[in-house]
Write a protein that binds this ligand. Structure first.
Ligand code: MG
Length: 370
């Protein structure tokens, strides 16, 4: 099965409620979809979101880097040579992880179609069902509490609470949420780099002294502050997780060698696709460190790839944070991974299992070669 062309399209899904973190606010899931065509008529699907303040990638940068630098090298390559294709994708250009991830997802989808097997089975096999947490956006305490009540009523029992825009308010938010929902749910905090190391230790000591038990705290300090992460990890009992600090396998080795964090958050948009996400899961196994699998605010095409990986690597990836598609008002993707409240169900269709995508808007000059 040979790659013959690469096409691009947009896919936009309105959110149920606007998504707010310490870094941004958005009201749509907007994906750039990458379609890889083959000489056998099969199409591979990949996608990526625009995340300029996280990865530095935008739809325009993803599209142009693929068209200009990567696509010309992929045309004619055989899908059975998966590792070689991934090598070409990873080495054609530095950084640009979302572009690489979108392409790798489409290539792995085709790899599954070539061998007529769902991706999670080809990656080693695993469970067809996963359970995800749900994000609670940062807001005033009353709004956050009512958002928690809504999702708990929907059956979610793990809350990922976004904070990080005001230290004292953040502490009050977490105390109130723990008081209201700490008995029936597990609570994870995502600070999105909003605190410094000393503030984090202060906040967590305050919370620990009030018997607030958190499952983990994600990325409290700036992404390049490995020393800060280590400072925190040495001083608090709450497990600390790296997100924006952990893009590459090398960064993960550095973090774990320095005992800077307890947990690594893997996202295919940070690793540049599945091949290096698999590498990171294997590295963390050597350090007996846990992983979370996460996603950007993205739809069910890209998140399907993450779900298949989480299923196959369940021994390393014990925490699932794949709520992106569930935050949309509907899922235009038919036949792929199903996102239904906290339940994620992998289909047994080949590759990612996607049959069709409604409301896909082709991009006019979005085809290579023309
Ligand atoms: Mg995060």
């Amino acid at each position: 099965m040979k790659i013959t062309a690469i096409r691009f399209a947009k896919l936009k899904v309105p959110l149920v409620t606007p998504f707010k973190t310490a870094l941004r606010e958005v009201s749509y899931i907007e994906d750039l979809v990458v379609l890889i065509e083959t000489d056998k008529g099969e199409i591979g699907y990949g996608a990526a979101a625009s995340t300029p303040v996280i990865t530095g990638d935008t739809h325009q940068s993803i599209l142009s880097v693929i068209k200009q630098f990567i696509a010309p090298k992929l045309i004619g390559m055989e899908i059975e040579n998966l590792n070689q294709i991934c090598q070409v994708i990873q080495s054609s250009v530095v950084a640009n992880y979302s572009a690489k991830a979108a392409l790798e997802l489409a290539v792995y989808d085709l790899w599954g179609k070539l061998y007529q097997a769902p991706l999670y089975k080809l990656l080693g096999g695993g469970s067809q069902t996963l359970r995800t947490d749900i994000t609670i956006s940062v807001d005033n305490i009353d709004k956050m509490l009512s958002d928690c009540a809504v999702v708990v009523a929907q059956g979610f029992d793990i809350l990922k609470v976004k904070i990080g825009n005001d230290l004292q308010q953040d502490i009050e938010r977490v105390k109130a949420i723990y008081q209201g929902f700490g008995q029936q749910t597990q609570i994870r905090l995502d600070v999105n780099q909003g605190w410094n190391a000393k503030q984090t230790v202060f906040a967590l000591q305050q919370l620990e002294s009030h018997n607030v038990e958190l499952e983990l705290v994600e990325q409290p300090v700036k992404s390049d502050d490995f020393k800060g992460l280590k400072y925190i990890t040495e001083r608090v009992n709450t497990p600390i997780m790296a997100d924006e600090s952990a893009f590459s396998p090398k960064q993960v080795i550095q973090l774990l060698e320095q005992n800077a964090v307890d947990i690594i958050n893997i996202k295919v948009m940070k690793t540049g696709g599945l091949s290096r996400a698999i590498e990171i899961a294997n590295i963390t196994a050597q350090y007996q460190a846990d992983c979370m699998i996460g996603c950007m605010l993205e739809g069910s095409i890209a998140v399907a790839g993450a779900a298949h990986l989480a299923s196959a690597k369940a021994q390393q990836i014990s925490k699932i944070d794949l709520d992106g598609p569930a935050l949309g008002q509907y899922d235009p993707v038919q036949g792929g991974v199903e996102f239904n409240g906290p339940a994620i169900t992998l289909s047994d269709g080949p590759g990612l299992g996607i049959k069709s995508i409604d409301t896909l808007q082709p991009i006019n000059d979005g085809i290579w070669p023309l």
